[in-house]
Every structure is written in C-alpha cells, then in structure tokens.
Design a protein around this ligand. Structure first.
Ligand code: PEP
Ligand code: MN
Length: 338
C-alpha cells in the first residue's frame, strides 16, 4: 500500500507513520519538492488496515492499493538524475553502453573492452548469465563471466552492466557489477525485483516480454518503493506479429510515451529491438531524436564467431561509424527538443 499525502507537513506525515506502525506495519517515507508518500509493508497486515479511518487522518490525500505512483510524473515533476561512478544518467546527455551479448572469454572481452574504451565508451555490457530459448544454446560463463567483465572494465576505466537472472547470485553481482540489468524475461520476476529494491546498486530494467507501459512501471515501482531510486528503464522492442524480417518491434512510441509518464531515465536497446545489424545505426539515431538518456548496443570483435546474437552485433568499425552519426543527431537534439 502507498499513502499519498496532500502536503509535505511533518506533523501530518508523523501521525500517518505512527498509525501504520502501531498497526504492525513498516512505513517508509518518500519525499521530494512536489510530494510526500508513505509506503506500507506488513506481510498482509497492511491489507487489514481500516481504510476509512486511515483516509481521515489529517493530510492523507489518496491511498494506492494497486497501480504505481512513485515512478510516475505525478510523484516527481522533474527528471531523475543520478550518477553511477562518473557517468550521469538523466541530465540530458546521452550515455552509450556497449559490448558483446555474452562474455565468452577473457581474450574476447579484453579485445572488445579495449576498442570500446578507445572510442570513449564509459559503460561496458556483457552477459554472464544468458537466458536462452533453447536449453542447448550457450548459457554464459556465470560467475567466471562476472569476474572477467569486472577485470576488463577496471582495466579500461569503464563501468560494467550485466544481467542478473536469479537472486542466488546477488552477492556476486554486488561484488563485481556496477549496474544490474533485469532482462525482458525477468522483469516481472517480483521476488527478484524486491531484492533489487534493497541491493544498493543501480538497475537497468528492460520492458518485459508481455509488459505494457503500466505493468513495466509497476515493475519499476517494486524496486523504487523499497528504497532504490536509481532505475533506468530500457525499451528493447516488443514481440510483433511478423518476425520474418526483424526480431522485435522497436517501440519508439513507447519511448515518447514514457517520457510523459515517468521521471526515470530512459534507454533504448536497438540490438534486441530489431535483431538486425543493419538497423542498429538508424534506430539509434531515432532514439537520440526521441531524447533517450542512454543506448544499449551489442558490439563484437568478431560477430561471425559470436556465441550469442552475432547477427545483431556490430563490428567494431561499424560501431565507430554509429558513434560518428550519433554526434550529428546529438547536436540537433540540443536545438530541437520534443
Ligand atoms: C540482453 O541484453 O542480453 C538480453 C538478453 O536482452 P533482453 O532481455 O532484452 O532479451
Ligand atoms: Mn543479446
């Protein structure tokens, strides 16, 4: 449950917190220059609170027992801006995160990491736990992959973003990873989301396979309402009726709509959004025009030999070409903002 207050008055807030606590629930205060809200957790006890009594307490505006509020622009009118290391998300700049779909070996990751850092990339991606459709496909190197990613990222002064599929490995991720990615297959894994709400690391939350924009924001609310407000939302394409010519439908409408729905930074993943190497550059440029805060792009030193998603991975030279094109559109977006 979430209780939205009418005002930011300390007295009103404390009386609601006291009411909730006396009734055996845990209260957590969320406050910014626009709004105050109190989230209530109580292992089911919150469901038994007397809503009519609660709603009559001074200052109580609205009680949410479903939907989302904290991740929406109704809670926070200004954009959320946060730093991870020395990289800032949400301040109007564009963060390009790039790297292989999967970490395959130290040599492969080192070669890619070295090239990316020489192109000015500050965040390296690379999956160590790969959720694959086939049980016989490459599943990633697991914790060994995390160690490789960390070592290479440190060697070239980059941050490391990678996907967590199971809370069992959370302590390893806390040790080795800078930004924890939640993939499309897990973005409604609610126990995982709850754990990420208290893990202290920033989260890259992909739109789920069957998410609409409201359920995607509800997933983000699981994380935010537990105290973790460093969330980047990543659009990675939705399943389309026709996937003969491309893998997913890159939903640019969703990016534009989300800009109006949420204060959280937005990322576009054109690699999974299209599944096609030749689409990545034009889609990325469209993302820049749609004002995304970040891009997540698969790049490989030898896409033809990649163990995962080679067909959508850019060659290193193609990635450099993309970066050059992006700068043209970045200049344009300084002048024209939608
Ligand atoms: C990925 O980024 O490696 C990935 C598996 O993406 P998604 O969850 O969007 O399919
Ligand atoms: Mn991939």
């Amino acid at each position: 449950m979430l209780i939205k207050m009418k005002n930011l008055t300390d007295g009103d807030i404390s009386s609601v917190v006291e009411y909730v606590t006396i009734n055996g629930c845990e209260a957590k205060l969320f406050k910014n220059e626009d709004n105050a809200a109190i989230s209530v957790l109580g292992r089911g006890r919150e469901q038994k609170l007397n809503l009519s009594e609660l709603s009559k307490l001074p200052g109580v505006d609205k009680i949410y027992t479903k939907d989302y509020f904290l991740t929406s622009v109704n809670y926070k009118k200004t954009k959320s801006v946060f730093k991870v290391g020395d990289v800032t998300f949400g301040d109007g700049s564009l963060v390009v995160m790039a790297g292989p779909c999967a970490i395959e070996s130290y040599e492969q990751t080192d070669a890619i990491g070295k090239a990316l850092s020489s192109m000015g990339i500050k965040v390296m991606r690379g999956g160590a736990f790969k959720p694959r459709t086939s049980a016989y496909s490459f599943q990633g190197l697991g914790v060994d992959g995390l160690k490789i990613g960390r070592e290479v990222a440190d060697k070239y002064g980059m941050l490391f973003v990678t996907e967590l599929t199971d809370s069992r490995y959370l302590s390893d991720f806390i040790e080795y990873v800078d930004i924890i990615q939640v993939g499309a297959r897990n973005s409604q894994n609610f126990e995982l989301l709850k754990d990420l709400g208290t893990c202290g690391k920033p989260i890259l939350l992909k739109q789920g396979m069957s998410d609409n924009l409201d359920t995607w924001l509800s997933a983000a609310e699981y994380i935010y309402s537990r105290g973790n407000d460093r969330i980047i939302l990543c659009e990675r394409g939705i399943s389309g009726a026709d996937n003969k010519y491309y893998r997913n439908v890159m939903d640019i409408n969703a990016l534009l709509a989300m800009k109006q729905l949420t204060h959280l930074p937005l990322c576009m993943d054109p690699s999974h959004g299209s599944g096609r190497r030749d689409f990545i550059e034009p889609l990325s440029c469209m993302g820049v025009i749609a004002n995304v805060d970040a891009l997540l792009i698969e790049v490989h030193n030898c896409p033809e030999c990649a163990l995962c998603d080679g067909a959508q991975s850019l060659h290193l030279e193609e990635f450099q070409h993309l970066l050059n094109s992006l700068s043209i559109y970045q200049n344009a977006r300084q002048k024209v903002r939608y």
